[in-house]
Design a protein. Structure first.
Length: 117
């Protein structure tokens, strides 16, 4: 019975696949960083300002496929969600809600950039 065998001596696909994982993560991170900066800007325009400390504590960090977004002031949640004595004054949720499609688009664009499409 005849048999076949194939031996690949060199190819151009394997090196591209090996580099792809690192490239896609970097590209998505760069796209998420842009969206995160826009979210910070929007939140800072919505937050009530008394001293400016809360506004200045709003941040974003893009790392790989992760985008962290929030405010570091101790009382940030009280302003966002309100208390029994104070109504909520959301400033983070509107930025997040308004950016959900931009986040998905950033991931898609980052993937496409990694593919060089």
């Amino acid at each position: 019975m005849p048999s076949w065998s194939v031996k690949i001596v060199g190819d151009t696909v394997t090196p591209k696949l090996a580099a792809f994982a690192g490239r896609i993560e970097k590209e998505v991170e760069m796209e998420l960083d842009v969206v995160g900066a826009d979210m910070v800007d929007l939140s800072r325009s919505l937050v009530p300002i008394r001293t400016g400390f809360l506004r200045d504590s709003i941040f974003h960090r893009a790392a790989g496929f992760t985008l962290d977004f929030g405010a570091e002031a101790d009382y940030a949640a009280y302003v966002e969600f309100g208390t029994s004595r104070m109504p909520p004054r959301p400033y983070l949720r509107p930025a997040l809600d308004g950016s959900s499609q931009k986040i998905l688009d950033a991931i898609l664009v980052g993937c496409m950039n990694a593919l060089d499409v």
